[in-house]
Design a protein around this ligand. Structure first.
Ligand code: SF4
Length: 125
């Protein structure tokens, strides 16, 4: 029988509760330290399937800046982050790009879009 304890800091609200998740043979058998149910759910999710927003840049052709900043519109599984970063490193968009423009739709079939978080204006020639 293997027992394990994971510590999770809840980021849902500023209280930042320190939550302890106990596992036995890979199964969650206890969650302590959460001051509310949302934090308990967050800690379980963080242990079972951690997710993060991805923030990066893509190249912007004919723009006032060489790149445009982008992010995922939902958190993605942590083990997909480097695959997404690899895709973004190979993308070049054409200016103009507006805030909120979808740069990649349904990236890796995850149901998550990559959206622009700042504009890239077209440079007049
Ligand atoms: S467990 Fe609840 S009270 Fe504590 S940080 Fe998370 S959301 Fe806030």
């Amino acid at each position: 029988m293997s027992e394990e304890t994971r510590k999770v800091t809840c980021i849902i609200c500023p209280m930042g509760c320190k939550i302890t998740v106990k596992l036995r043979n890979g199964e969650i058998v206890g969650v302590e330290g959460a001051s509310c149910p949302k934090g308990k759910d967050y800690a379980i999710e963080e242990v079972k399937s951690p997710k993060r927003y991805v923030m990066s840049v893509v190249k912007c052709k004919n723009g006032d800046l060489p790149t445009v900043s982008v992010k995922t519109d939902k958190p993605v599984p942590k083990d997909m982050i480097w695959k997404i970063m690899d895709i973004l490193s190979r993308i070049e968009v054409e200016a103009p790009v507006e805030i909120g423009s979808i740069i990649v739709e349904n990236v890796l079939g995850l149901g998550v879009n990559i959206v622009a978080t700042r504009p890239c204006r077209k440079v007049k020639s």
